[in-house]
Design a protein around this ligand. Sequence first.
Ligand SMILES: [Zn+2]
Length: 404
Amino acid sequence: MLVKGVVFYQESDLPSEGKFLLEDFRLAVNNAIRAGLQARVTSRNALSRLAYKDFREQHPRMYAQHLVSAFEVACGNLKNHRKRSRKCVTVRIPFVKRLMMKAENQAYKLDRRSGIIDLPIRAGCHVELRLIVSQYHRKYLDDMALSLGSLTVLPDRVIVTFRKDAPKPFVPESALSLDTNERSLDGVFVEGDVVKAVKAEFPDIAIIQQRHHDRRRRLQKKKTNDRRTSRNLCRREGTREHRRIDYRLHQVADSVLKFAEERKSAIVLEDLKGIKSKRSKELNRRLSMWPRRKLHQIIEYKAQWKGIPVVKVDPRNSSRTCPICGRMQYSRMGTEFACECGWHLDRHINASINLLQTAISKGMAGGLRFNPGAFQHDAMMTLYAPSRGARSEPNGTSGIVGVT
Ligand SMILES: [Zn+2]
């Protein structure tokens, strides 16, 4: 089952009954967290057995389904807390600060034509939330293959999740193999006997990371005497950085997927799991794996949603091997990979050829065949270039959950 959250804004402010509900819900979640911590319980059922009766007394008028869902949210928090406290000793006791509430799909009604949510608060009291519906939202509301999942209400917006069964991936007629680098995806596109280089560039992501890093450093220096302010400001910087980068990653992923969908390509990516570098702290930060992993996550997720096959391959030695004769190169190389047998190619593209060969040799790319010797050195296809990315700055409304 695939799940996608879609952000909606409301035509008017949340009605006051709704605001009270958010406050009650937060209180219930925090109470449940406390009860769970005391009893060392993290499963929802255990928590329910333990605390439901008291809860009913403390929140006598709250809609029962919401109370159950508060347990659910508390459980998520407790589980995270347990995971974190296993890793390190000093962890903050979990506490939900922001106003929110979550309703399971039986606990609210959404009229998919008009975009009006009917949210029960307690017996005899419902609120109506009128959503602003754009064309982007219509795509989800009108698609009856999608069923409704949970609803999250926040003071300024709501998130509706849509669910569907994962479509069966198509049988690939071509392949798109991509090597993921700090500033670009470089790779090859193979269709029949044609092998061409492809590129999707995102140089601004590294620049944004650097800029925000510098800013955080400056803030920390300036506010050394006020740790609370420093922490808050740094957090704000972090959120901004994530939003700006996320926006760009989605655009890159979308263009890659559009290309793959039109040409019925399987996508081959390196498996970034387990890669740990033993470099200096500074270099590590600069080459942070985070945006790359995130990019893979987005590509994989969106591909699943669209039924595009994605193959992940162990990248070991992919940048050192000659795809023609199989020799391994141990000396340092520049931007070009050159082999004794006469083969030479851009280092990153060479790596993507090796990824594709691994995928094919393991039978992971359907019945595709591929001859690296047929590589066309003079042709380059651009999947994404930042100039095409329209605005250089995202505005506030281009959701966090996905720009499609
Ligand atoms: Zn060679």
